[in-house]
Design a binder for this molecule. Structure first.
Ligand code: SF4
Length: 294
């Protein structure tokens, strides 16, 4: 058997075995909490209801969540149990349900969303992902996900292999993003300043990888010129970054500002970027307001 969820296509029976990501047949939720540091239309005033899944199919050496992403032990949740997690977050007043690193759990996530929606949950579901997943797996989520939030992380093949052990990352992630676009489009649908539907492509600028960031923006501008982009500045040398001298520092102002300027030059004027010296929470609306506000 082969797991069809991500490009690794591990030769395992997920009902009994684990593959590269370490995820079992049912998801383990490392933590579920109110998250106030997503982009403003996601966090709003009451926060985003983040569900952090244990297990990840990438191995980013600078991962800030490595204790979560590698900790795959814990209570495994059935679709009904996961739907209960969604309702617990909804009861805390969050604006959406934010599924963080859901790729290894797509079948259970889809089943849980179906249960939650059938039981009356009306919050938007956010699919918060590194986009290293298969188109066939994403197709099973059509109609369940309201907001896709892919982090397009690497352009260069050697970089993806070196930092994340992810061969074919860019080709897989861009195909995934095109499928996400097919499902929800690129228009940001907002109500009261809160995102209800659409696609927001993230990119975390890495130290020493300015040209990789420029090429990623080039692809977005050429392929999805109407897409909203969140250009992230909050890199810190976490986890194993100290083993990679070029990654063992914060971004320089020049690195970030030059990438942000390129984004503007390309006409990618929807979305968000951050001031280099600002705290992580200090997102600055980019160059024009969102496209719609119902
Ligand atoms: S989701 Fe996990 S088990 Fe499935 S192919 Fe990817 S890494 Fe392998």
């Amino acid at each position: 058997m082969t797991c069809p969820l991500c490009p690794r296509r591990c030769p395992v029976d997920r009902a009994r075995e684990t593959g590269f990501c370490g995820a079992g047949p049912l998801p383990v939720v490392a933590t579920a909490c109110v998250h106030r540091r997503e982009e403003p239309p996601l966090s709003g005033t009451h926060g985003s209801g983040a569900v952090f899944f244990a297990g990840c199919n990438l191995r980013c050496v600078f991962c800030q969540n490595h204790e979560i992403s590698r900790a795959v032990s814990g209570e495994a949740l059935s679709p009904e149990g996961l739907a209960d997690v969604f309702f617990d977050l909804a009861a805390q007043g969050v604006h959406n349900i934010n599924l963080v690193t859901p790729t290894p759990h797509i079948p259970t996530v889809a089943a849980a969303i179906r249960i939650a929606k059938s039981a009356g949950l009306t919050l938007p579901f956010v699919y918060n992902t590194s986009a290293y997943e298969t188109v066939e797996a994403l197709r099973t989520l059509a109609g369940f996900i309201d907001i896709y939030l892919p982090d397009l992380k690497y352009r260069d093949e050697d970089t993806a292999r070196r930092y994340a052990q992810a061969p074919g990352y860019f080709e897989a992630a861009t195909a995934a993003i095109l499928e996400m676009t097919r499902q929800v489009g690129t228009e940001l649908v907002l109500s009261g300043g809160l995102l209800k539907r659409g696609l927001l492509i993230r990119h975390l600028v890495l130290p020493g990888q300015r040209k990789d960031a420029l090429r990623i923006l080039d692809w977005i501008a050429a392929t999805l010129p109407d897409a909203a982009v969140s250009l992230m500045v909050q890199y810190i040398p976490a986890h194993r970054a100290g083993e990679y001298p070029e990654l063992n520092r914060r971004l320089t102002t020049f690195e970030y500002n030059s990438v942000a300027a390129h984004m503007q030059t390309l006409g990618l004027t929807k979305g968000y970027h951050q001031a280099p010296a600002a705290a992580v929470a200090d997102y600055i609306p980019a160059f024009s307001p969102p496209t719609s506000d119902l």
